[in-house]
Design a protein around this ligand. Structure first.
Ligand code: C2E
Ligand code: MG
Ligand code: MG
Length: 472
C-alpha cells in the first residue's frame, strides 16, 4: 500500500515538472517570437520612414512630428523651405551620384542647424523643409545665411570644387491649428521669392504675401460655386473701324461679379485659374455664352459681328481641347467666322512646338487666331512666319509710350502686318491724338476707352442693333 502511494506521488511530481517545463518553453518561445517581430517591425519601419538619399527621416515622419511639436503652443516655430538654385545643372553635368552626394551634404547642414530644436526632411528632388523652435528670427536668418550661402563642395574624383547656391523661404507659424502642408506652401512661396531675388538668400513671408495667399485660397474655395451661380459674366468691348467708326467686332472679357467682394477684374483671378486649371472651365463657359448670343441673334435675323474670346495658354496641355471646341461649335451651330480666338503673344513663345502644332490644327479646321498683346514678349516675329495667324493685336503699352521710337515701331508693325496680309488691331486707344496717328499710318481697327469701354452683353447688343457709329 505504502509502495503504491510512493509510486503515485512520484508520477504526480513528474507531471508537474512536465507542465512547468512546457510553460517555460512556451514563455521563452513567445519571448523570442515577440523580439523577432519587434526587430522586423523596426527594420521595416526604418525603411518606410527613411529617405534613402539623405539618410534622414522622410516627409511622412516630418509631418507626424510637426503635428506633435505644434501641440506646444507656447513655443515659437518657423517653417523653412530650402532648395538648391543650380541643382539641375549639377545633376546634368556631374551625374546623379554626385547630385545625391550634394543632397546628402545639404541634409547634413540642415541637420546641424535644426538639431536639437527642430525637425527636417527632404520633400522631393532638391527641396528640403525644416521646422524649428526659435527665439529670434534675425539670428535664425543669419545662421541660415552663413550655413547656406556660397557653399563649396568638393568632387574628389575630379579634383574639382563646385559652388552651390541655395535659397530659403521662411514662414513664421501664426495659427498652430493650420494644416502643416499649408504652412509648407507658404514657406515655398517665400522661397520662390528668394529665388527671384539676387541679393536675398532668405525671404521671410510677410503680411502682404500672406494676405495674397489667403485671398487666393478664398477665391479657389469659391470658384466652382461661383461658376454654377453665374457669377462670371461676359463683358464685350467693341472693336471699331477707324474710317467710319462702325463696330466690326468685339472682345469678350470676363468679370467676376461676387456677391461678397463686388466686381473682380480678370487680372485678379485668371493667373490663379491658370495655376489651378480652372481657366479651362472659364474659357469654355465664356465661349458658350458668346456662341449662344450669336445663335440667338442669327435666329432672330439680327446683325452679328465676329467676337473674340481670350484663350489661356494652358489649353495646350489639354489633349481634348480641339474636340471640345468642335463640340461647342456644333452644339450652337455657329460659323467659325463668327469667333476669333485670342492667344496672348507669350503663349506662342513658351512651349513653342506644342503651341505651333495646336495653332496649325486649329487653323486647318478653319478657326481664326489672333495674337494678343503683340510686342510685349520676345521672339514672336518668327511665329508670324510659321503660323497662319489672321489678326495681330498691338500691345497697348506701345501706344501709351509717346516717344518717337515707339511711334516708329508701331508704324513698322502695321506695315509688317499688312505686308503679310494680317489684319491689325490697336488696343488701348484712349485719346483723339492716338486715334489720328493710327488712322494716318493705315491701322485698320481700334479698341479702347476712347471709343467704348467693355460693357455688359445686352448693352453691346443694343449698340449693334442701333447700327451706331462710334466715330468721335
Ligand atoms: P486682353 O485680352 O489684352 O484685354 C484687353 C484689356 O485691356 C482688357 O482688360 C480691357 O478692359 C483693357 N482695355 C481696353 N481698352 C483699354 C484702354 O483704352 N486703356 C486701358 N488702359 N485698358 C484698356 P481686362 O478686361 O481687365 O482684361 C485683362 C486681361 O485678362 C485680358 O487682356 C486677358 O488677357 C485676360 N482675360 C479677360 N477675359 C478672359 C477670359 O475670358 N479668358 C482668359 N483666358 N483670359 C481673359
Ligand atoms: Mg485679348
Ligand atoms: Mg490684349
Amino acid at each position: 500500500m505504502i509502495l503504491l502511494d510512493i509510486v503515485s506521488s512520484t508520477a504526480d511530481i513528474n507531471i508537474y515538472i512536465l507542465i512547468i517545463a512546457a510553460v517555460l518553453i512556451l514563455v521563452i518561445a513567445g519571448y523570442f517570437f515577440w523580439a523577432f517581430k519587434r526587430k522586423t517591425y523596426k527594420l521595416i519601419n526604418k525603411h518606410v520612414n527613411i529617405d534613402p538619399v539623405s539618410g534622414y527621416g522622410n516627409f511622412a515622419q516630418f509631418t507626424d512630428n510637426a503635428e506633435i511639436m505644434l501641440k506646444y503652443k507656447d513655443l515659437q516655430y518657423a517653417i523653412g523651405v530650402i532648395d538648391i538654385s543650380n541643382f539641375k545643372a549639377i545633376n546634368d553635368f556631374y551625374g546623379r551620384v554626385q547630385g545625391d552626394r550634394v543632397l546628402k551634404s545639404i541634409a547634413d547642414r540642415i541637420h546641424d542647424i535644426v538639431m536639437p530644436d527642430g525637425i527636417f526632411t527632404r520633400m522631393f528632388a532638391d527641396r528640403f523643409v525644416f521646422m524649428i523652435n526659435f527665439l529670434d528670427i534675425n539670428s535664425l536668418t543669419y545662421i541660415i545665411e552663413t550655413y547656406f550661402e556660397d557653399i563649396e563642395f568638393e568632387i574628389e574624383e575630379l579634383n574639382e570644387i563646385i559652388r552651390i547656391n541655395c535659397n530659403c523661404g521662411i514662414y513664421v507659424v501664426e495659427d498652430y491649428n493650420e494644416d502643416v502642408n499649408m504652412m509648407i506652401d507658404k514657406a515655398s512661396i517665400a522661397s520662390k521669392l528668394s529665388k527671384r531675388s539676387i541679393s536675398k538668400m532668405v525671404t521671410i513671408l510677410d503680411n502682404n504675401i500672406n494676405f495674397d495667399i489667403t485671398r487666393k485660397q478664398k477665391l479657389t474655395y469659391k470658384m466652382s460655386k461661383a461658376l454654377n451661380n453665374h457669377e462670371f459674366v461676359p463683358y464685350i468691348q467693341p472693336k471699331v473701324n477707324f474710317r467710319d467708326g462702325r463696330i466690326v467686332g468685339g472682345e469678350a472679357l470676363v468679370r467676376w461679379m461676387s456677391p461678397d467682394d463686388g466686381m473682380i477684374a480678370p487680372n485678379d483671378f485668371i493667373p490663379l485659374f491658370e495655376q489651378n486649371g480652372f481657366v479651362n472651365k472659364i474659357d469654355f463657359y465664356m465661349l458658350e455664352r458668346i456662341c449662344s448670343m450669336i445663335k440667338k441673334r442669327s435666329e432672330w435675323g439680327r446683325y452679328t459681328v465676329p467676337i473674340s474670346v481670350n484663350q489661356s495658354r494652358v489649353h495646350v496641355y489639354d489633349s481634348m481641347y480641339i474636340n471640345k471646341l468642335i463640340n461647342t461649335f456644333d452644339k450652337y451651330g455657329v460659323s467659325k467666322n463668327n469667333i476669333v480666338f485670342e492667344l496672348t503673344e507669350s503663349a506662342f513663345t513658351e512651349n513653342t512646338d506644342d503651341m505651333i502644332e495646336l495653332i496649325r490644327r486649329m487653323a486647318q479646321l478653319g478657326y481664326h487666331i489672333s495674337m494678343d498683346d503683340f510686342g510685349c514678349g520676345y521672339s514672336s516675329l518668327n511665329m508670324l512666319n510659321l503660323l497662319p495667324i489672321s489678326e495681330l493685336k498691338l500691345d497697348k503699352n506701345f501706344l501709351a509710350d509717346e516717344s518717337e521710337k515707339s511711334r516708329y515701331i508701331i508704324k513698322s508693325i502695321v506695315n509688317l502686318a499688312h505686308g503679310l496680309g494680317i489684319s491689325i488691331v490697336c488696343e488701348g486707344v484712349e485719346t483723339s491724338e492716338q486715334a489720328d496717328f493710327l488712322m494716318r499710318i493705315g491701322c485698320d481697327i481700334a479698341q479702347g476707352y476712347y471709343y467704348a469701354k467693355p460693357m455688359p452683353m445686352n448693352e453691346f447688343e443694343k449698340l449693334l442693333d442701333g447700327d451706331i457709329s462710334l466715330m468721335r
